[in-house]
Write a protein that binds this ligand. Structure first.
Ligand SMILES: CC(=O)SCCNC(=O)CCNC(=O)[C@H](O)C(C)(C)COP(=O)(O)OP(=O)(O)OC[C@H]1O[C@@H](n2cnc3c(N)ncnc32)[C@H](O)[C@@H]1OP(=O)(O)O
Ligand SMILES: O=C(O)CCC(=O)C(=O)O
Length: 390
């Protein structure tokens, strides 16, 4: 990878001698993302999000969970028939009745899941692992008999005994499942254990492995990438990291990391800000201002030392350019502004102030404590004019 004006490469990656990642993205915003408490997307919103996700180049869109409602089923079917480049999938419990509905949606594959952790078997199903696995394989067989692909997903896979998980995945291979999925349902993994778990599963199955990470410890993106390094093929993400509780691995974080750390540049990252804005609007939820890539302050700078360098070369304090993700840089004027930054900003606004005037203006800005969001451009304009007229 050569030096790039859009971002700084993490050259330490060169010392790791990693083989190239062989991955695909399955975005689950429309299913797990919509499981965020209180969130519901309309038909039109789901269609618009599927279209935008497709234009980013995600490989698979998980369109929904058809048995949840008739309108959910209808929109999953509609998305599956939109003629997108992305393949589509949907979720089903390990029940033939769920799979029947899913089969009727025309998706490329169905994610048929069971949990095999002791906690879930005892308190949720009140059944043995063998009984649940048999139900899962009956459901898998039904899908296969109807010509639909299958992802066999181990919900709570990261709290499932590793030998149980290996045995189940090996047995599922006999049913010709197309993927096996490890779900870190409650976000217990860290990057080392994610790497270990995928490596261990890879030793016993030839079927492509999926990784589905939740963000309860804020490590979902890191765990997803560690799993990819260990050989996981299908990486699950949601836009803005929405999803159950603390959400899922973030699409924007995973795609930008894949690009700047692993050299995978086939996804159109320039659409990520627009996509994020759609999810903000449709979900009624806005990520934290410091959220990586799409947070309001992801490209905002106030500190004088930073801004004076950025005015010459943005890469001094930006890992990647706002343009690379369709975002915008904001230079904020406030208590932490320095003289060079102020001069540059004032000139960009079309004003020319003497050194003395700039000193007076800077002093006023630094002692202006009645705003928590920096000095707005209109207020700065007024302060400049007042300073000039003194
Ligand atoms: C980790 C995940 O993200 S899993 C997906 C979570 N998503 C959702 O739950 C989507 C929204 N859910 C819903 O709309 C409803 O819960 C439905 C339509 C799925 C099911 O509704 P209901 O039939 O009313 O069942 P209810 O929600 O009360 O209980 C869930 C049932 O599914 C069973 N179940 C849960 N997971 C599975 C599974 N993987 N395979 C088979 N059965 C399962 C539970 O044991 C329980 O069975 P029971 O009714 O015999 O006790
Ligand atoms: O692994 C999957 O495909 C889905 C599982 C899931 O949504 C979860 O356990 O959180």
């Amino acid at each position: 990878m050569s030096e790039n004006k859009d971002y700084s490469r993490n050259k330490l990656m060169d010392y790791l001698n990693l083989p190239p990642l062989d991955i695909e993205i399955c975005d689950v915003t429309l299913r797990d993302g919509e499981q965020t408490p209180g969130v519901v997307f309309t038909r039109e919103e789901k269609i618009a999000l599927a279209t935008k996700l497709d234009s980013v180049g995600v490989d698979i869109i998980e369109a929904g969970f058809p048995v949840v409602s008739t309108s959910e089923k209808d929109v999953v079917k509609e998305i599956a028939n939109m003629g997108l480049n992305a393949r589509t999938c949907c979720l089903a419990r390990s029940r033939v009745s769920d799979v029947e509905v899913a089969v009727d949606c025309d998706v490329d594959f169905i994610s048929i899941f069971i949990a095999m952790s002791d906690l879930h078997l005892k308190y949720k199903y009140h059944k043995s692992c063998e009984e649940m696995f048999a139900a899962a394989m009956e459901a898998v067989q039904y899908a296969k008999d109807h010509g639909v692909g299958v992802r066999f997903a181990a919900e709570d896979g990261t709290r499932t005994d590793i030998e149980v998980l290996k045995t189940a995945f090996k047995a599922a291979e006999e049913y010709k499942v197309d993927y096996v999925s490890i779900a870190d349902t409650i976000g217990i993994l860290n990057p080392s254990s994610a790497y270990y778990l995928v490596s261990e599963i890879k030793k016993v199955v030839n079927t492509p492995i999926c990784i589905h990470c939740h963000n309860d410890l804020g490590m979902a993106t890191a765990n997803t990438l560690a799993a990819a390094e260990a050989g996981a093929k299908q990486l699950h993400t949601t836009v803005n990291s929405i999803g159950e509780r603390a959400g899922n691995a973030s699409l924007e974080e995973v795609l930008v990391a894949l690009r700047i750390q692993y050299g995978i540049d086939r996804y159109d990252t320039t659409k990520l800000t627009e996509l994020s804005e759609m999810v903000n609007q449709y979900s009624g939820l806005r990520p934290s201002v410091t959220k990586a890539i799409v947070g309001e302050h992801a490209f905002s700078h106030e500190s004088g030392i930073h801004v004076c360098a950025i005015l010459e070369e943005p890469r001094t304090y930006e890992l990647f350019s706002p343009e690379m993700v369709g975002g915008k840089r904001h230079l904020i004027v406030g208590k932490h502004t320095g003289m060079k930054a102020l001069k540059g900003i004032v000139e960009e606004m079309g004003h020319k102030l003497s050194k003395e005037e700039l000193t007076v203006l800077l002093d006023r800005i630094k002692n202006c404590t009645d705003t928590k969001h920096g000095i707005s451009p209109s207020r700065l304009e007024a302060m400049i004019n007042e300073t000039k007229n003194q």
